[in-house]
Design a protein around this ligand. Structure first.
Ligand SMILES: NC(=O)c1ccc[n+]([C@@H]2O[C@H](COP(=O)([O-])OP(=O)(O)OC[C@H]3O[C@@H](n4cnc5c(N)ncnc54)[C@H](O)[C@@H]3O)[C@@H](O)[C@H]2O)c1
Length: 328
């Protein structure tokens, strides 16, 4: 039976496709290639270029491929854009996911693992954050992801459907041997931006140096994308074995500050960085760190590759392979 991966040509989805293939699963990808890359799709994996909102195309592909489970990554995921253009997020993330889930339920597919995010929590009331923390998103991106989780909870109560919503904190790193890494445009994530500063000499900004943290800069929980990918395979096995679904945080439980990221990038790349210190950015919580106890206990999740050094080394190896910066 085949696992359908929506958004399988994107950053995290492409890594999950590799993890599924390593686990001996048959895989099919549905992706509209709006932010994904066709060249990440392995030759042996069928690709349907379609919007998740196109229930007819989704249903036909599910039937043709003999799909028995779905990993759902396809989404818009830029916080700033979601504030400026919320209807794009409610349409693509919520209406799109509802259409997809309709086709999934109609086809009798039982197991669904979806990408969720720490943004569903909003401003943290404690740290690290466990899944029992209040969900109170402060931007449309987080609100749309939470809406999808709520739809899934209702569907699982009414239909023969089981789901796991994996709430990632900050995905980072790469699989340079497979030629996979972050290729977002625009790139809003810290580690690839700092690496670009190392390879191209552009400035990198620190937004706030007077937060109540160990060095005054914001702390985030960076999880290696390969650890995230493996967690999806584990979540699928867990659901298939009849394990309890719901929300699972994925993070390391420690977190790194912006200055720590910059220091590790400087060490790994050996390049000078042009760092500019600026004021705080509205809406940034000072610390966002996961308590991933539930995922480790029930899914066997391990952040084995997620040391900051390993994350940066892999992302840098990918960046060098992509830009030819290694010879500079
Ligand atoms: N990158 C992170 O740090 C992070 C953190 C938390 C959650 N997430 C979630 O993980 C998922 C994957 O993120 P990513 O960083 O890999 O993003 P990405 O943009 O690299 O990948 C998204 C993929 O989905 C496809 N897609 C988007 N909308 C589609 C649609 N309507 N129909 C069909 N395909 C569509 C895109 O073409 C792309 O291949 C998203 O759901 C995102 O919200 C990401």
């Amino acid at each position: 039976m085949t696992v359908l991966v929506t958004g399988g040509a994107g950053y995290i989805g492409a890594h999950a496709v590799r993890a599924l293939l390593r686990a001996g699963r048959r895989v099919a990808i549905l992706d509209d290639l709006s932010t994904g890359h066709r060249d990440t799709v392995p030759d042996e994996v069928p690709l349907c270029v379609a919007d998740i909102a196109d229930a007819g195309a989704v249903g036909a592909f599910i039937a043709a491929q003999g799909v028995s489970a779905v990993l759902h990554f396809a989404a818009r995921s830029l916080v700033g854009e979601s504030v400026a253009d919320p209807r794009k997020y409610w349409r693509d993330n919520v209406a799109g996911s509802v259409a997809l889930l309709g086709a999934v339920v109609d086809a009798g597919v039982r197991d669904v693992v979806v990408s969720s995010t720490a943004a569903v929590y909003g401003v943290p009331e404690r740290s690290p954050l466990d899944e029992a923390h209040r969900t109170n998103p402060v931007n449309p991106y987080g609100a749309t992801k939470l809406a999808v989780e709520r739809a899934l909870a209702d569907y699982a109560a009414a239909y023969p459907l089981r789901y796991a919503a994996l709430r990632y904190f900050n995905a980072a790193g790469a699989d340079p041997d497979a030629g996979l890494g972050e290729r977002h445009d625009p790139e809003t994530h810290l580690i690839p931006r700092v690496l670009r500063s190392a390879s191209e000499g552009c400035e990198v900004a620190i937004h706030g140096t007077d937060w109540d943290t160990r060095d005054g800069t914001c702390v985030r929980d960076y999880v290696h994308v390969r650890d995230l990918a493996d967690a999806h395979v584990a979540a699928l096995r867990h659901l298939e074995a009849g394990g309890a679904g719901g929300a699972f945080n994925l993070g390391t439980g420690t977190g790194s500050s912006v200055r720590e990221v910059i220091d590790v990038v400087a060490k790994v790349t050996g390049r000078p960085l042009r760092v500019v210190e600026g004021p705080r950015r509205a809406g940034d919580p000072p610390v966002l760190v996961a308590d991933a106890t539930r995922a480790s206990r029930e899914l066997g999740f391990s952040a084995a590759r997620s040391s900051l050094r390993q994350v940066v080394e892999d992302a840098w190896a990918f960046e060098r392979g992509r830009s030819g910066a290694g010879g500079l």
